[in-house]
Design a protein around this ligand. Structure first.
Ligand code: FES
Ligand SMILES: [Fe+2]
Length: 353
């Protein structure tokens, strides 16, 4: 089996949770890059991420008690501050400096809780892949989470090619198999830490998820998707639906409706993934049923992805010698995998994990 250090990139920010998962004193036990950590919000509002294992006898701190910004292990009562240092042992005055648990840099942006699993010295908050629509009142959506029994790169692969919309999501997000035959990415831009792809579908029927939230269901539309996939597995998607023939491709956005979608793939282990997303819209903002309908539609669509990707993972696990073949549509995902492999190799060579 590949050594753990060979598969994950450590020195980057990963989404660990939505902030609502930590309200009301919740101690969230979550494994990230095969490390069990506990996440909580201290009473001052500060977010804390620590190894979820007491350094005394190894009990989980997620079964502990928050006291101010500190956490007390509820086995023998050792108390840790947010840096992971043991600051109290009931019935003992001297505390050895070796009594520590590892703490991880943690930040909140746009309702997402980000953690840095690598060298804390390198954890620059400016490197967080903040998504502005998450804190812009022009956009409305609902946060969501799914757990996958599959390696995160299989989900990255899936999102890297919109052609799968036509086959996996014919009746939900895609709309027709025609999408795969008649549309091509107009441009795949290779980025230093990912790629950007743009795809148009002219004079088409609205896909089912969009039809559900608009009054003019039968009107033909011109559809544009612009996707950006960034290291370590962060996907931003801008979607535009414009009245067909209106000239959206030349910049006339009159009568258009738009969506902004962010998706975050965080490895739990080498074969399981935390998947966070929010699918936001910019029309009829006072109607909260739109966000609910979109979230339901996206769940429906992502369950379709999950079924095929988890089945794929099982088959790949069963035959490690199986060689994947490449088609033209794989250009973007191939580039992404190459960039990631290069960064992991550099990190290993510099020993900065
Ligand atoms: S195991 Fe935590 S205090 Fe003993
Ligand atoms: Fe999909």
């Amino acid at each position: 089996m590949t050594a753990q250090k060979d598969i994950f990139l450590y020195n980057c920010w990963y989404v660990a949770a939505w902030d609502h998962e930590l309200i009301d004193g919740k101690k969230l036990a979550r494994t990230i890059l095969e490390k069990p950590i506990v996440l909580y919000q201290g009473e001052s509002g500060k977010y804390v991420a620590l190894d979820d294992r007491c350094c005394h006898r190894g009990a989980p701190l997620s079964m502990g008690r928050i006291e101010g910004d500190d956490i007390r292990c509820m086995y023998h009562g050792l108390k840790y501050d947010p840096t992971g240092k043991c600051i109290q042992i009931p019935g003992q005055d001297r505390i050895a400096s070796s009594l520590v648990v590892k703490s991880y840099p943690v930040e909140e942006r746009g309702h997402l809780i980000w953690v840095w699993m690598g060298d804390p010295e390198l954890a620059d908050p400016d490197l967080i892949l903040d998504y502005p629509p998450l804190h812009d009142s022009d956009w409305k959506g609902l946060p969501a989470y799914l757990h996958y029994d599959a390696n995160w790169l299989l989900i990255v692969d899936n999102l890297s090619d919109f052609a799968h919309l036509a086959f996996v999501h014919t009746n939900t997000l895609g709309g027709s198999e025609e999408y795969a035959y008649t549309t091509k990415p107009v441009a795949i831009e290779r980025l230093e830490r990912g790629f950007r792809v743009e795809r148009w579908h002219m004079n088409a029927e609205s896909p089912p998820f969009h039809k559900k939230v608009i009054p003019d269901k039968e009107a033909r539309i011109d559809r544009r998707n612009i996707g950006e996939m960034l290291i370590p597995g962060v996907f931003f998607l801008q979607t535009l639906f414009s009245p067909a023939g209106n000239g959206a491709e030349k910049g006339n956005l009159e009568g258009s409706r738009q969506y902004r979608n962010c998706q975050f793939m965080t490895p739990e282990t080498r074969r399981t993934t935390h998947f966070f997303w929010n699918y936001m819209h910019n029309f009829d903002l006072e109607n909260s049923n739109i966000a609910l309908s979109l979230r339901d539609s996206l769940f429906e669509g992502f369950y379709e992805d999950k079924a095929i990707i988890e089945a794929q993972q099982t088959l790949l696990d069963n035959d490690p010698d199986f060689r994947l073949r490449v088609i033209a549509a794989d250009e973007a995902l191939t580039h992404f995998r190459q960039v990631l492999a290069k960064l992991i190799k550099e990190e290993k060579e510099k020993k900065i994990t």
